[in-house]
Write a protein that binds this ligand. Sequence first.
Ligand code: ADP
Ligand code: MG
Length: 322
Amino acid sequence: MTCSEFDLIRRFFSEQSLQRADVPLGIGDDAALLAPPPGKLLAISVDTLIAGVHFPLDTAARAVGHKSLAVNLSDLAAMGAEPAWATLALSLPTTDDSWLTGFSQGFFTLAREHGVQLVGGDTTRGPLSITMQVTGFVAQGQALTRSGAQVGDGIYLTGSIGDAGLGLHLYQQGAAVKDPNTEALIHRLEFPAPRVSAGLTLRGRASSAIDVSDGLAADLGHVLTASSVGADIQIEQLPLSSAYRTFAGADHWQAAVSAGDDYELCFTLPAGQAAVLDELDCPCTRIGVISATAGLRWHAANGTSITIDHTGFDHFASGRAS
Ligand code: ADP
Ligand code: MG
C-alpha cells in the first residue's frame, strides 16, 4: 500500500468510523479482531454495486455510499439480526476527493444511525465498484428465514412498494426533480431506509421474512418455494404511496410488484402473533394469506383472479395502462 492510499483510508474511512466495544482491533492491521457476543449467531451478508449496472453512472456519491450499506442492512433486517460490523472493498477509477467525501458521508451517516463500525476493507484502482459486507447478531432460534411460512399465516408488507422502480423510471426519463412527488420517488431509489428495527421486532414472532429487493412477485415467490406453500394476494390491499398513485394510479399495481429496490420487508405471521403489528415502528399492511395450494395468485376485491405480466414500468412510456 502506498502512502497516498494509506492517507485516503485514514481520511475517508478509519477516522470517521464509530468505535464499538466489541472491536478490539479495527482498520489498520492485516485483519480486524472482533469479539462476537457469547451465545449469538453471526448473520453475514455481502453485496456488490457496480456503477452503470446497479446504479446510474451519474448517481450522487452520497447516495452510492448510503445505498451500498442500506442494501446489506436490509438483508440483516430480513433475518431479524442486529447490525454490528461492516467491511468495504472499493474499486475506484481515480482518487477523487469530492466523490470520496460524498461517499463516506452517505455511508457513515447511515452507519452511525445503526451503530455499525467499519472494521476493514480493501482499496484498489479499477472501474467504480463497491462491495460491502455486513455482520450482525441474532440469538439461536430467533432468526427470520424464508422457509417458515405456514398455511393460514397472514402475509404483510412494511411501507409501500413500487416507489423505487418508478423513481428509476422517472430518473431515466430525465424528469426534472422539481415537484415533490418526483423527488420523493427518486429519494426512495437513492436512499432506501432498511427496516432494521422492524426486523428486530419481528424476530422470534414472524414465521418467515424476506426483504423486497427484486420486486414482491419474485421475492415472495422465494418464500413460497422455500416454505413449500402458496399464497393468495388481494391486489387492492397492496400498499402504494401517494406519490406513486399521483403518477401511476392504483391500477398500475403490476409494475409495483415487478419492480425492485424497495427494501421493504415482506413477512408472514401466524394469527396468534398479530399483537406484534402494534409494536412496529413503520406502516405495515396485510396483503394476503398463505395457502396449501402451490403458486402465487393475485385477486381483485370482486373475486376476479388476475395474471401479472411483469411489464415493469416500461409501459408508462407508451401510455398503456395495465
Ligand atoms: P493488506 O495489504 O494487509 O491487505 P491494506 O493495505 O489493503 O492491507 O489495508 C490496510 C488496512 O486498511 C487494513 O486494516 C484494511 O482492512 C483497511 N482498509 C483498506 N481499504 C479500506 C476501505 N476501503 N475501507 C475500510 N478499511 C480499509
Ligand atoms: Mg497484510
